[in-house]
Design a protein around this ligand. Structure first.
Ligand code: PHE
Length: 363
């Protein structure tokens, strides 16, 4: 490069004809022109902030190439000083403008060193994920029951007919076993249709007293719509000990409902039927959307059905090897997808499974 070979403003070259070295005094004016070209060439090669800083040091710093020429200006005859000084000033502002134009591009809106770090700016927030609304509902339900002394248990989503139906006292011709409701994987293997088989798995491995809740995903072959899904979530509860009573079941459910839905809710128990509980009930609470006046959410009844429950059927105890003369117990099960939708005013259950970040971010 031109100014790499120049030394103190003197160019050395060999005159081949005479084989002698000739020394030519280069003028400051020439050097200014040469340095301008050198700066342009170097500038065209800059690729990064680091490159740009090297460029600044090389040309614009106090001891840089332009500074050196300013030093030389002191040594030229006085009459040349004004003209050369003007040229040098022009060179300097030209190189400065090159420097600033690129700095602007690499660090828009900022000048100089402060561009790299501006300590006065607020920190950048790191995007943070949230728990899925179903998980949040589940966690709230689990927290209420664990505070009442319930432990947590889980079981497989791929179940056998035995645990999903047979042990739970479903007669062989029960409609729930129908292909319409159950996703069968093979004749005896299926996707569990409820979390009740987990009760069985717990009782098979443990002696009373038992107090567990069992959250999990369940599957039913239903037409998918705003109001129903073919996969959803349940929380199952089971309490087995000596002398567990029906009023304890009701007390547990009311305590839960008041904690979860609010102190002032009204509730009612309706007689119901499940093969694995006797007697069985379903619990309704006043619709918290319309406060019982009647709205589309509660199908204009003013009531929402929130769970099924009952006293564990003696046949179930016999099937797991417990003596129904010695122990009694209650069980309950509730869906949590619809509860989650009601809580947050989500109009379509399918939104819970779409995993649209714009939707999930709101919870
Ligand atoms: N397993 C029942 C269902 O899916 C709910 C239930 C659980 C009812 C426990 C009674 C006792 O509908």
């Amino acid at each position: 490069m031109l100014h790499d070979v120049q030394q103190g403003g003197i160019f050395y070259f060999i005159d081949s004809d005479y084989c002698a070295m000739t020394i030519v005094q280069n003028t400051l004016a020439d050097e200014i022109v040469a340095l301008r070209r050198a700066a342009e060439k170097r500038f065209s090669e800059l690729r990064s902030v680091d490159d740009l800083e090297k460029f600044r040091v090389e040309f614009l710093a106090r001891k840089g190439s332009i500074g050196e020429l300013f030093d030389k200006l002191k040594t030229v005859p006085n009459e040349q000083k004004p003209g050369l000084g003007k040229q040098l000033n022009e060179l300097r502002s030209f190189v400065e403008s090159l420097f600033e134009s690129l700095q602007q591009k690499l660090n828009p809106g900022k000048k100089g060193e402060e561009a790299a770090i501006d300590l006065t700016l607020p920190g950048r927030t790191v995007p943070k994920g949230t728990l899925h609304p179903i998980t949040q509902t589940l966690n709230d339900i689990v927290a209420i029951f664990t505070s009442m002394g319930f432990a947590i248990a889980t079981g497989p989503e791929i179940e056998n007919d035995y645990h999903n139906f047979e042990v739970l006292n479903f007669p062989p011709d029960h409609p729930a076993r129908d292909m319409q409701d159950t996703f069968f994987i093979s004749e005896k293997i299926l996707l569990r249709t409820h979390t009740s088989p987990v009760q069985i798995r717990v009782m098979e491995h443990q002696q009373p007293p038992i107090r567990v809740i069992m959250p999990g995903r369940v599957y039913r072959n239903e037409a998918i719509s705003a109001r129903s899904l073919s996969q959803f979530h349940q929380v199952e509860g089971l309490y087995v000990d000596r002398n567990v009573t029906f009023s304890e079941l009701k007390g547990t459910l009311v305590t839960f409902a008041r904690e979860f839905y609010g102190k002032d809710i009204k509730y009612k128990f309706r007689p119901s039927f499940f093969p694995f509980t006797e007697p069985s009930l379903e619990m309704d609470i006043t619709c918290f959307i319309c406060s019982g006046k009647g709205c589309p959410m509660c199908k204009r009844t003013g009531w929402l059905e929130v769970l099924g429950a009952g006293m564990v059927h003696p046949n179930v105890f016999r099937n797991v090897g417990y003596n129904p003369e010695e122990v009694t117990g209650f069980a309950f099960g509730m869906g949590i997808d619809r509860t989650t939708a009601l809580r947050h005013g989500i109009p379509d259950l399918r939104m819970l499974l779409e995993n649209d970040v714009k939707f999930l971010e709101q919870f």
